[in-house]
Design a protein around this ligand. Structure first.
Ligand SMILES: Cc1ncc(COP(=O)(O)O)c(C=O)c1O
Length: 381
């Protein structure tokens, strides 16, 4: 039976147009962009065309886009690269306690190397208060890194306000925009963003390619050394097919406003229906929420059991973050917004995307209450 995919924040299927755009770059136009012959030039042209499209989508310059292997790599390069290049100015970094592990773990690692990190608390909806950012900045602060959209609860952070503060205080501002890129408009210049991470596989593009926008004024060091590709910041022969696919994906995302309106209607229908279930609560903000995100906790239900039962009913969903589902700890995001560990374990994340239909949502609305009821009957809680 056809599976119903409702886990678009974990990854997305590749759009057929993306696959088609990439295909020639595997066995026909396979040149190395660094080669000087015709095949090399063909690959280089494709790479630069992709870079230019992606740069335009952010209101950045082509030279400010560095291709990487994924969002995790972009975050590592941004955080460690800025930290080590600016050690002479200071050793303090500010982030939030609901970041993805791809930000939290580089920060923790830097602490072991002698850097100091402030992990800001968020409010009950998962929002960072820009005033807290301002208060935390000291003369030693070199970088503020706050995510664009939270991957578990979909909370959208006030990036422009934080950017303004960072500009005023002359501190670099990085944002992990892996969940927001291609879904919400981003203008790095207007929002005063100095560095931004994005990943293709979250927006119908291929896995294995990400980007880091680096404003041309930022002082940053590479964390991987080699032949000096990507302005010396990311050595390694470029993934031309991946870059072409990423650019195609952002081209598809041009109509994001219309698509987000569509997903929002489906999302709200699902949220309203799930909140009718006794002992349920919505996690995150009702207003500052990405159009594709539903995160609900159910008392007396264990998330993993719920996920497995829903999978048997065709629904592919997630509990907390798919990236951290190997951990038995309750989600650090849900506990940061005040959930008890037990309630955090009983949470369901449902994320919609381009190919989600009303029938899919109706199926979820029909199946989830039944599965919860049957699990509650056998629950020790
Ligand atoms: C907010 C956020 N940052 C970073 C990542 C890591 O991206 P990638 O899978 O491309 O390494 C993810 C993946 O889920 C994410 O949601």
């Amino acid at each position: 039976m056809e599976k119903i995919y409702l886990d678009y924040s974990a990854t997305t299927p590749m759009a057929k147009e993306v696959v088609k755009a990439m295909e020639p770059y595997f066995s026909e136009k396979y040149g190395n962009p660094s080669s000087l012959h015709a095949l090399g030039k063909e690959a280089k042209d494709a790479l630069e065309k992709a870079r230019s499209s992606l740069a335009k989508s952010l209101n950045a310059k082509s030279v400010e886009i560095i291709f990487t292997g994924c969002g995790t790599e972009s975050n590592n390069l941004a955080i460690k690269g800025v930290a080590f290049a600016n050690r002479d100015k200071g050793n303090h970094i500010i982030t939030s306690n609901i970041e993805h592990p791809a930000v939290l773990n580089p920060c923790r690692w830097l602490e072991k190397q002698g850097f100091k990190v402030t992990y800001l608390d968020v409010n009950k909806e998962g929002l960072v208060n820009p005033k807290d950012v301002e208060k935390a900045i000291t003369k030693d602060t070199i970088l503020v890194t706050i995510m664009h959209v939270n991957n578990e609860i979909g909370t959208i952070q006030p990036l422009a306000e934080i950017g303004k503060i960072c500009k005023k205080k002359k501190v670099y501002f990085h944002t992990d925009a892996v969940q927001g890129f291609g879904k919400l408009p981003i203008d790095v210049k207007k929002m005063n963003i100095d560095l931004l991470s994005a990943s293709a596989h979250k927006i119908l593009g291929p896995k294995g390619v990400g980007l880091l926008y680096v404003n041309h004024n930022v002082k940053i060091e590479p964390i991987q050394h080699g032949g000096g590709h990507e302005s010396g910041l990311r050595s390694g022969t470029e993934n031309v097919a991946g870059a072409v696919g990423f650019a195609k994906a952002i081209e598809i995302a041009k109509d994001m406003k219309k698509e987000m309106e569509r997903e929002k209607k489906l999302r709200d229908k699902l949220i309203n229906s799930l909140l009718k279930i006794e002992g349920s609560r919505l996690n995150g903000s009702r207003t500052e929420r990405l159009a594709n995100n539903v995160n609900v906790s159910f008392k007396g239900v264990e998330g993993e059991a719920l996920l497995i039962r829903l999978s048997q009913e065709r629904l592919q969903v997630s509990t907390g973050s798919a990236c951290s589902s190997k951990s038995l700890e309750p989600s650090h995001v849900l506990t940061a917004i005040g959930l008890t560990p037990v309630l955090a374990h009983g949470s369901l994340r449902i994320t919609l995307g381009r190919y989600t239909t009303e029938e899919h949502i109706n199926h979820a609305i029909n199946v989830i209450p039944k599965v919860i009821n049957s699990l509650r009957k056998i629950s020790p809680f």
